[in-house]
Write a protein that binds this ligand. Structure first.
Ligand code: ADP
Length: 431
């Protein structure tokens, strides 16, 4: 039965009831009327007119409210239809009870052809299991659920969609769900491209690391031979050569030594990713002791004072943390200012990580070089001013990143530098 028929029946039914009441009252009123004085009759007539006008006004009000309601309803349906997402109402048995125009366009079907269709008809077979899991969860928990799956249009083309569903009861207390459909193909494509690019990046990075390792390793052998032969030459011919020739020969020896140093550092850099050890709980205090033993000569020569906050135990690659602290303390000594060098190692617990701050009282760095110094071969001074290869901080950064942390610097010329780095550690904070 249509909505219009129902309304007509109800109106006829109301009319019959009203007539019956009026007929009953009319009989009574006829008897009453005979006893009314003309004055009373006039008053009653006046009352009746007031009532009539009142009803007419109420009627007018109702008609206006109805028109407004119709306009709101029409606007709602218009918005519902042109909404940028598809809307569907589904029965508990996956049947589409209602859908907006956007849903019909997304599914590539005429809107009226959608109703009474099972939703599963439009879902790609491989994604059906996921869809059923999502529906089961929705109906069992009553909580809103989201899933991503592929939709197959009527013409066979497919797209990635995000379904967001909520559940409610209809007038007969059976569950219905309201589902929004978003076309997320573009986002999925970007994600896929990003995934591929990351995989490719990891692969080429590994390849590059391998290349650096092999190249450095293979270069080291002939270089040792060259350097050895030049040294022998210098020994044999020392007395026969003039000062100029000796100077040239020493230049060649220096060059070979420097190249050896560069290659060894390059090898160390390539080892961070490829030769790292598993993380175990280590004591940073013990790490620092080991660093002090390795640097004992320069510590003694420079008279550096090394102080520290209470140091924690944390999960890390012990060898790499030794390398990290050693590079930083070594730099603090190397790039010292006029005062006796002093290094302080501060540490703070921040949620799931430790934040270290290695502070020195050295020459400091201009802010415009804060990023550059972490790049390989980037140095701010000549080799005659300060020896080095420009790889130390690149190694430090790589070690920190291998541990899942970040590294940065705060410094100003003449005021010393503070190198910060974080090491994530999910374990209990222990110092
Ligand atoms: P290297 O020490 O071999 O030059 P690094 O990668 O360790 O290479 O450092 C890069 C550059 O950063 C250094 O050449 C220096 O200019 C600057 N630098 C590093 N540590 C400090 C420091 N503690 N104080 C001032 N400058 C520093």
């Amino acid at each position: 039965m249509t909505e219009k028929n129902t309304n007509t029946d109800e109106t006829a039914h109301l009319r019959r009831r009203a007539e019956k009441i009026v007929r009953g009252k009319a009989l009574q009123s006829a008897e009453d009327l005979e006893t009314l004085s003309p004055e009373e009759a006039r008053r009653m007539l006046h009352k009746l007119r007031v009532h009539q006008i009142e009803w007419e006004m109420q009627n007018e009000e109702l008609r206006r409210a109805q028109t407004e309601l119709d306009a709101v309803r029409a606007r709602y349906f218009e918005l519902y239809d042109i909404a940028p997402v598809g809307y569907c109402t589904l029965s508990a048995k996956e049947v589409i009870l209602e859908a907006n125009c956007t849903a019909a366009t997304l599914l590539g079907v005429a809107r009226n052809a959608l109703t009474k269709q099972p939703m599963t008809r439009y879902i790609v077979t491989e994604d059906l299991a996921g869809y059923y899991r999502h529906r089961k969860l929705l109906l069992e928990t009553g909580e809103p659920q989201t899933c991503e799956l592929r939709i197959r249009r009527l013409d066979g083309t497919q797209f990635w969609a995000q379904l967001q569903a909520t559940v409610a009861q209809d007038t007969e207390d059976t569950p219905v769900s309201f589902v929004t459909l978003h076309d997320i193909s573009e986002r999925r494509q970007i994600e896929e491209a990003l995934r591929n690019a990351t995989t490719e990046l990891v692969r080429s990075n590994e390849e590059l690391e391998q290349f650096v390792y092999v190249a450095s390793h293979d270069l080291l052998e002939p270089l040792r031979a060259v350097s050895g032969y030049i040294s022998l030459l210098e020994e044999h011919l020392h007395d026969q050569l003039d000062a100029e020739a000796l100077h040239l020969l020493n230049g060649a020896i220096d060059g070979a030594k420097r190249m050896q140093l560069l290659i060894t550092d390059l090898l160390a850099l390539s080892h961070v990713g490829s030769q790292g050890k598993a993380f175990v709980t280590i004591d940073i205090g013990a790490v620092l002791e080991q660093v002090k033993r390795s640097l004992c000569v320069s510590i003694q020569e420079s008279g550096v004072r090394i102080t520290h906050d209470p140091l924690p135990r944390l999960s890390a690659d012990a060898g790499q943390l030794v390398e990290l602290f050693q590079n930083l303390i070594n730099n603090a000594i190397k790039f010292r200012g006029d005062d006796t060098p002093a290094v302080h190692i501060g540490v703070q617990r921040q949620q799931d990580q430790w934040c270290f701050a290695v502070h020195d009282n050295g020459i400091g760095i201009e802010p415009q070089y804060y990023q550059r110094i972490f790049l390989i071969f980037q140095r701010l001074h000549t080799r005659t001013q300060y020896p080095g290869t420009g790889i130390g901080l690149a190694i430090c950064k790589k070690i920190v990143e291998r541990h899942g942390g970040t590294m940065w610097i705060d410094s100003s010329p003449g005021d010393g530098s503070t190198f910060f780095f974080t090491i994530p550690d999910k374990g209990r904070a222990t110092i």
